[in-house]
Ligand binder design. Sequence first.
Ligand SMILES: NC(=O)c1ccc[n+]([C@@H]2O[C@H](COP(=O)([O-])OP(=O)(O)OC[C@H]3O[C@@H](n4cnc5c(N)ncnc54)[C@H](OP(=O)(O)O)[C@@H]3O)[C@@H](O)[C@H]2O)c1
Length: 253
Amino acid sequence: MSKGYVIITGAYGGLGKALSLVYAKEGFGIILIGRNKTKLQDLDSKLADITEVKSIICDISNWESCKNAHTQITALNLRIKILINNAGITYIQNFNKDYKIAKYRELIDTNLNGAVYMSQLFIENLTQNKGSIITISSVIGYAPVIGRTAYAASKFGLEGFFSVLKAEQNNRLHIMMVYPTFIQTQIRAVVKGDKTINEVLTPQEVADKIIKAYTEKKSKIYIGKTAKLSYYLYKYFPNFYVNLMRKKVADEI
Ligand SMILES: NC(=O)c1ccc[n+]([C@@H]2O[C@H](COP(=O)([O-])OP(=O)(O)OC[C@H]3O[C@@H](n4cnc5c(N)ncnc54)[C@H](OP(=O)(O)O)[C@@H]3O)[C@@H](O)[C@H]2O)c1
């Protein structure tokens, strides 16, 4: 593959699938990462008509599983150009006696630690290939939304981690953070209170914006009007933002 390969975690999820398709159509080889063999095979067979595809079973919240995926990918001797840290879960629950610490741990292990594990394993390869790490954050990576303490901790954690990594790398590696507003996916399907707010983007429109921003080597991209508005409101009028957000999501939890 002349353009090299893109590793996409959470590849058969809503945004992951859209990203896999746009990067495949752009001429990249795709390495699909996921936990479910059948879902991986299904997407693999769809993409195989468009580009070179490899599928690797991996639970990104588990370091040994990530190391195993790295060993399998390294053995293929491919030119890895991009890592997309996309896999993620949510947990919507106010922080009170009903809050489940096991859920908090699982979320941090997936959203934050999983991205760190994959980045550490592939950083040398990516730097050699003047590659990119693209990480999917959220509006909740810079502005609070009630009921999402664990999710915010994971996305703010990613923010801190990658801001330091970007400074360390000093342009040897392109690092891009993505902040989309709500996307029409299954991420909230397993949690109570799925009442999305304001605009909801399609995975396709988010993936199109991500590949454009990647091509332009942007370091941050805010996707959707709510993402941009929340950024400015919380930065300049934090109390106003919090009151507005509370009214919009209070009955969701
Ligand atoms: N949807 C939104 O409104 C929204 C908004 C802003 C940002 N985001 C971010 O966008 C990213 C993609 O989410 P999505 O909306 O596309 O959700 P999704 O449809 O639920 O997809 C999430 C994917 O992550 C995978 N995953 C979860 N835990 C994993 C693990 N331990 N190891 C490997 N894969 C794992 C899931 O696979 P399984 O089926 O095996 O669990 C699934 O394929 C996430 O980082 C999310 O935080 C979403």
